[in-house]
Design a protein around this ligand. Structure first.
Ligand code: LMR
Length: 329
């Protein structure tokens, strides 16, 4: 009769609502420190788009770019407290958490190209590194492989000696500290959001970053020289608060995992293209002299920097460097 029809209808509606519709909405606050139109910024928005489409709006992703919500050091604390649910810090920012093994990826000239880097981040070594985050209340979901870093300063950088005495901003990594000291520079840890002003006022003379960060943060407007050293690897680790992640319904976790995999692929397609476009933008601005090192200059810089690999073994542990060298054959 009518009652049976009504009850069946209610059950069907209730069922679909329980799947994605009216069930309790889930909000993911995704905070990061780069410009919205940098590769990480765009990939975060792509993740938001995929998640909100695939969950029919049941899962909301709020993206807070450019250190709007939290800056470097604060964002990791906020994630561990559960004040935000997702971040994508660079590989160079996990030392202060006590996960020092990540800093092996900061070694200068560790990888000869992106293929080698991805063999490591997307393979067993990368998976082992992500697992080391769990005891810190963090789940590592993915590596977003960006590109290599370049050096900028207000004086030309052609030989290792040109870095002597330069005050260079670095991320919070002991390996990056050792890298700069190895070529006579004076490293200074600073939040990414403070770098532009520090360059503009001369608090530091230069810094290292991939070209897209240099361009989207307008560092080229306050740096007279950039040398395309490609000396260090730049990648992101997409992480979530472990309790938040563990409390999610299995179907939501599966949907997020799939959306993350698709966002990682989207990031990979972006990174190389965006670096090229950013380089063209810097060149057109005419504000920064761009130096492409000769083969000899590159060899001299590599030779000058390679001792850091041995010097910093105690920081990240010989085992992971051995695993990397074995994986790269
Ligand atoms: C930095 O230098 O801190 C940046 O590279 C950070 C980032 O997220 O790219």
């Amino acid at each position: 009769g009518i009652l049976a029809t009504f009850l069946t209808g209610a059950l069907l509606l209730g069922g679909s609502a329980a799947a994605w519709g009216q069930a309790t909405p889930i909000t993911i606050k995704f905070s990061h420190v780069v410009a919205a139109d940098a590769p990480k910024g765009k990939a975060a928005l792509q993740f938001k788009k995929l998640v909100e489409e695939r969950s029919n709006g049941r899962v909301k992703v709020e993206v807070y770019p450019n250190s709007q919500l939290y800056k470097d050091k604060e964002e990791l604390e906020a994630l561990q407290l559960g004040a935000v649910q997702m971040l994508a810090p660079t590989i160079s920012k996990f030392g202060p958490l006590g996960v020092k093994e990540f800093e092996v990826l900061d070694l200068p000239y560790l990888f000869k190209d992106m293929a080698e880097a991805k063999t490591i981040t997307q393979g067993p070594v990368g998976r082992d590194l992500l697992a080391k985050l769990e005891p810190k209340g963090i789940v590592g979901l993915a590596f977003w492989d960006n590109s290599f870093k370049q050096m900028t300063a207000n004086t030309p950088m052609r030989t290792p000696g040109d870095f002597k005495g330069l005050k260079l901003r670095i991320q919070s990594s002991k390996v990056l500290d050792a890298q700069m000291r190895q070529i006579g520079a004076l490293p200074q840890v600073m939040a990414f959001s403070e770098v532009y002003q520090a360059l503009q006022t001369g608090v530091v003379d230069g810094q290292e970053n991939p070209i897209t960060n240099i361009y989207t943060q307008k560092f080229h407007e306050v740096q007279k020289h950039m040398t395309l050293t490609n000396h260090g690897y730049h990648a992101y680790v997409v992480i979530v608060n472990k309790k938040f992640w563990g409390d999610l319904p299995a179907d939501v976790q599966a949907m997020l995992t799939s959306a993350m995999a698709d966002s990682s692929a989207y990031f990979t397609d972006l990174a190389a293209k965006d670096d090229e476009e950013a380089l063209a933008g810097i060149r057109q601005s005419g504000k920064t002299a761009i130096h492409t090192p000769t083969a000899e200059e590159l060899a001299a810089l590599r030779t000058a920097l390679l001792p850091v690999h041995d010097k910093m073994k105690d920081r990240y542990g010989d085992a992971i460097l051995t695993a990397i060298n074995r994986a790269l054959g």
